[in-house]
Design a protein around this ligand. Structure first.
Ligand code: AMP
Length: 378
């Protein structure tokens, strides 16, 4: 199937061609026509599936020219769990908004940066991409109104709920007009997401493109047994010896993330840590540098395991195990995205053995193992 058949205006097809989007991904093939028809949608899809364009394209195609260009009303509201995702979604709107025949103003708002410039800029906005907390601050300051809202989108609903945004979201829903289109995207369908879907969606078209848990065929997985004290040097050996150019390393704590990044830098490997305790500016810069290949190693906590799209990331290393099998899948899912293949390496200390067994059992896979202690390195 080609994008031609999905009912999008020609102007969008030209942009898609320029961007080298040759054929729609499954979520796009299924979601674009039904969103264009005005249906509510429940999309079970992970980052990497192409879910963002699956709603951005039809939402922009249906967007009417704003009447009161100077008012504080928004037409489309996208709620997202993190600042990074807010920026990323805004960028996809920017990419495709040239396909609309009238001017479209898209803005991303999130906490951790000064609120005043956001308040001043909230005029004539068609599409607002927001994290819930900052959005409510702006609502309380009377800086944004929803009386004319046409479409509500929840992106990564499961993560919004996991991060404890339920009350904020309910407050926001209460501000919206009853008659609107609702699009809900989530990587998983759990009880909490079910609950919100029951409240929010009217007779939704359900689209499920989530890979089956553990079905991560494009990713080569490998584990190394290694003693706790050899872990640091072994990580450096792996990066240097395999000449990894771009590697995402996961740790279990912010402290460890900083510590691993420091040690790598001291040993001449360019690395930065990002986690919830770093400022927005630092997170943004490190991520940006990493994405464009200026930064070799990004060390992250699970905050980044979902939602951030890094194209063709070749290597993920679990320096420390994630808490749950689901997190394992999300972590290693950062590699082998879309049509690329990737390699995921997990370091397993004697203390991790039991937990790693549980992870593999839940995922119904047996990750090939090598003994890192046997390998000679400095
Ligand atoms: P997403 O799941 O929305 O984060 O998208 C994952 C990545 O796939 C992004 O880098 C998109 O630019 C890219 N992408 C989305 N749809 C297509 C497509 N139909 N063809 C090629 N690349 C795509």
């Amino acid at each position: 199937m080609s994008f031609n058949a999905l009912g999008l205006p020609k102007t969008f097809l030209e942009i898609l061609e320029n961007e080298n989007y040759k054929n729609p991904y499954p979520i796009q093939e299924q979601a674009i026509p039904v969103i264009l028809k005005g249906h509510d949608v429940l999309g079970i899809a992970q980052t990497g599936s192409g879910k963002t364009a699956s709603y951005v394209l039809p939402v922009l195609a249906a967007l009417k020219q704003k009447q009161g260009a100077k008012d504080r009303q928004v037409d489309v509201l996208v709620l997202v769990p993190t600042r990074e995702l807010a920026e990323q979604v805004k960028d996809v709107f920017h990419l495709f908004e040239k396909g609309v025949s009238h001017p479209v103003k898209t803005m991303a708002i999130y906490g951790g940066v000064s609120i005043n410039p956001q308040m001043k800029s909230l005029f004539g906005i068609s599409v607002l991409v927001a994290t819930p907390g900052r959005l409510l601050d702006l609502v309380d300051s009377n800086a944004v109104h929803f009386d004319k809202l046409k479409t509500l989108i929840l992106d990564e609903a499961d993560k919004l709920l996991n991060l404890g945004f339920k009350d904020e979201m309910n407050r926001i829903f209460a501000l919206l007009p009853k008659k609107r289109q609702n699009l809900l995207f989530s990587a998983t369908l759990n009880e909490k997401v079910e609950e919100i879907h029951q409240i929010l969606l009217r007779d939704p078209v359900v689209i499920n493109v989530a890979p089956k848990e553990g079905n991560i065929d494009q990713i080569t997985q490998l584990a190394y047994s290694i003693s706790e004290e050899k872990k640091g040097p072994f990580l450096r050996h792996l990066i240097k010896d395999s000449d990894m150019k771009q590697v995402l390393v996961f740790t279990a704590s912010t402290y460890k993330a900083d510590n691993v990044a420091d040690k790598l830098r001291k040993n001449g490997i360019d690395a930065q840590a990002i986690h919830g305790k770093k400022s927005q500016q630092i997170r943004k810069m490190a991520l940006q540098d990493f994405k464009v290949g200026k930064l070799r190693v990004l060390v992250a906590t699970d905050l980044l395991a979902r939602g951030i799209d890094i194209e063709f990331l070749p290597h993920v290393i679990n320096y420390e195990l994630p808490r749950s099998p689901k997190d394992y899948v999300h972590r290693i899912g950062r590699t082998g995205r879309a049509e690329a293949t990737g390699k995921a390496i997990t370091l397993v200390t004697p203390e991790d053995e039991h937990h790693f067994k549980v992870i593999q059992k839940k995922m119904k896979v047996s990750v090939p193992r090598e003994d890192g202690n046997e390998i000679k390195f400095d």
